[in-house]
Design a protein around this ligand. Structure first.
Ligand code: F6P
Length: 467
C-alpha cells in the first residue's frame, strides 16, 4: 500500500447543498480548498472534511457518498446544532474576528467551545478510521486547532503537521481568548506548525512563550520529550493552470465576449468571499471618490466585483451584504449613463473558466483586505496575465504583500491612498506594467502550490529526526 497523505480540513473541496429534493455538488469557496485540491502528489491523497450538508435522505446520501469515495474524500457530518455552535460560533464568531483584529465582533457563548471540542473529536475519529502507520496527517486551519493534540494522544508516533491559513494575531489579542491555553496545547500535538508569514509565526511563538511558559529556541519549541518545529511557508497557486488557461479556445472566447460586454473602458476586478475582513465597503468608497474627484475617469473605467456568498447565517455577514447592496446601488444610481455602468456586482461564485477569462481581461486586479492570511486571488490575477497589461493593487495587510512587492501596495484603511492607487494604476505605462508583472510572475511560478506542499512535507519529515 502506498503511504497516504491525509489532509484534514473543515471543508471538503466539494460542498453539497440541497434545494427541495435536489442535491447540488459545487467546489468549496476559499483559497485553502482551491489551492490544496489542485495539488498533485505522488502520495495517495485522502481528504477528511465536512461536506456542508446534513442528510435526511438515505438514498441521496448513498449516491453522494459514492462520488466522495471516488475522490478519496471522507465526510464528517455535522448536525445543524454543531454547525451553529462550532462553525458559525466558535470558529467564525470568536477565532475568525479575533485573528483578523475585529475584536469588537467577538461573541462568546459557552455552547461554542463545547461544540468546538466535540467537532475536533469527530474529525479525530474519522481520521483514525483511515490512518495507517507511515501515513502523514496534515491538519489545516483554525477550525481544527485541537485536532493535532487529540490525534497525538491516540497515535503518539504519528507524523502530524498543521498549517494555519489565517493571520495569527499578536499576543495582546490572542491572550484575550478564554481558551487560549487549551488551543495552544492542541496545536502542540503537531510535529510541525506552519504559517504563511514570519510575522504570524513570531506572534505564535510569543504566545507559546508567554502563555504556556515553554522553552522556545528560535523556531523550536520543547515540550516534555518532543521538539516541535515552527516555520513559515507562503502558500502558492497552481501557476501553470492559471497562466495557460487563456490558450484554451473556450476560455479565450469567453474573455473576448466579456471584453465586448464591459465596453471600451478600463476594467478593475475584485474577487472575494463575502467577508468584513476584505475591505469591500472601503473599496467602494474609494472608487466613489475616484469618480467624484476625477470626473475625467467617468465612462472610462468600471469596477467588476465578484463576491462569493459565504457564512451568510452569521449575523455580521448578512448585515454586510445589505450594506454592499446599498453602496453599489448608490454609486450606480449617481453615475451610470445609458452606455456605462460604474460597478458590476455579482453576488455568486464563478467557475474557473469564467474567472480565468476575467482575470485575463481585467486591467487592474484589486485586493483591499483589512487582514488576510495570504490572499491567493492576488496571485491568480497576476498568473493569468499573458502579455504586457495588468496592474495589481494589493493591501499591505494581506500575507501576499510580502512576496508581491511589485504590486501597488496600499493601506486599505486609507481611502485617499486607494483613490491615488487607482489613478497610478490607470496611468501606468505599459512598459512598467509588463516589468512588474514579469517580476511577480517569476515569484508566483516558483513558489507554486506544489512547492509549498513539498517544502512543508519535507520539513515535517526532517522535524521527526529530533526524536
Ligand atoms: O482561509 C480561511 C478559510 O476559513 C478556510 O479555512 C476556508 O477554506 C475558507 O476560508 C472559506 O471559508 P468557509 O469554509 O467558512 O466558507
Amino acid at each position: 500500500m502506498p503511504m497516504k497523505l491525509i489532509i484534514v480540513s473543515n471543508r471538503l473541496p466539494l460542498t453539497v447543498t440541497q434545494k427541495n429534493d435536489k442535491y447540488k455538488i459545487t467546489p468549496s469557496a476559499g483559497g485553502l480548498t482551491t489551492g490544496l485540491h489542485s495539488l498533485e502528489t505522488k502520495m495517495e491523497k485522502h481528504w477528511v472534511g465536512w461536506p456542508g450538508i446534513h442528510f435526511e435522505n438515505d438514498i441521496a446520501q448513498i449516491r453522494i457518498e459514492s462520488q466522495f469515495r471516488k475522490h478519496q474524500f471522507h465526510p464528517v457530518y455535522l448536525t445543524p446544532d454543531l454547525v451553529e455552535n462550532y462553525y458559525e460560533g466558535y470558529s467564525n464568531s470568536i477565532i475568525w474576528p479575533s485573528s483578523h483584529y475585529f475584536f469588537s465582533y467577538v461573541q462568546h457563548k459557552d455552547e461554542y467551545w463545547e461544540a468546538y471540542k466535540e467537532v475536533n473529536q469527530l474529525f479525530c475519529e474519522k481520521t483514525l478510521e483511515i490512518f495507517e502507520p507511515g501515513d502523514i496527517i496534515w491538519v489545516q486551519d483554525y477550525q481544527l486547532m485541537l485536532l493535532p493534540g487529540l490525534l497525538r494522544k491516540v497515535i503518539p508516533n504519528a507524523c502530524i503537521g498543521y498549517f494555519h491559513h489565517i493571520p495569527f494575531p499578536s499576543y495582546e489579542l490572542f491572550r484575550c481568548l478564554p481558551e487560549r491555553s487549551e488551543i495552544l496545547k492542541g496545536l502542540l500535538g503537531a510535529d510541525l506548525i506552519a504559517f504563511h508569514t514570519h510575522s504570524y509565526m513570531r506572534h505564535f511563538i510569543s504566545a507559546i512563550y508567554r502563555i504556556l511558559k515553554l522553552d522556545c529556541v528560535f523556531d523550536e519549541i520543547y515540550v516534555e520529550n518532543r521538539v516541535i518545529n515552527v516555520d513559515a511557508f507562503p502558500m502558492g497557486i497552481n501557476y501553470q493552470q492559471f497562466h495557460d488557461a487563456i490558450q484554451e479556445v473556450s476560455i479565450k472566447r469567453k474573455a473576448d465576449k466579456f471584453r465586448e460586454n464591459f465596453g471600451a473602458g478600463k476594467l478593475i476586478l475584485s474577487v472575494d468571499r463575502l467577508d468584513y475582513t476584505k475591505g469591500i465597503l472601503t473599496r467602494l468608497q474609494s472608487f466613489d471618490k475616484l469618480l467624484a474627484d476625477c470626473p475625467q475617469y467617468r465612462e472610462k473605467v468600471s469596477l467588476a466585483m465578484i463576491v462569493s456568498p459565504s457564512r451568510d447565517s452569521v449575523e455580521r455577514y448578512d448585515h454586510l451584504k445589505e450594506e454592499i447592496d446599498k453602496a453599489v446601488g448608490s454609486i450606480n444610481g449617481q453615475y451610470s449613463t445609458l452606455g456605462w455602468r460604474p460597478v458590476y456586482y455579482f453576488y455568486r461564485s464563478f467557475k474557473f473558466e469564467e474567472l480565468a477569462a476575467l482575470y485575463n481581461i481585467a486591467d487592474i486586479g484589486l485586493v483591499t483586505s483589512y487582514r488576510d492570511g495570504m490572499n491567493l486571488v492576488a496571485k491568480e490575477y497576476v498568473a493569468s496575465k499573458q502579455g504586457k497589461q495588468g496592474v495589481l493593487i494589493l493591501s499591505e495587510m494581506a500575507g501576499a504583500a510580502i512576496e508581491l512587492h511589485d504590486a501597488i501596495i496600499v493601506n486599505p484603511n486609507n481611502i485617499n491612498e486607494l483613490k491615488e492607487a487607482f489613478v497610478e494604476a490607470l496611468e501606468m505605462p505599459e512598459s512598467l506594467q509588463a516589468k512588474n508583472l514579469e517580476k511577480m510572475q517569476a515569484v508566483i511560478a516558483k513558489q507554486n502550490v506544489g512547492k509549498w506542499a513539498k517544502d512543508f512535507v519535507q520539513e515535517l519529515f526532517l522535524s521527526l529526526i529530533h526524536i
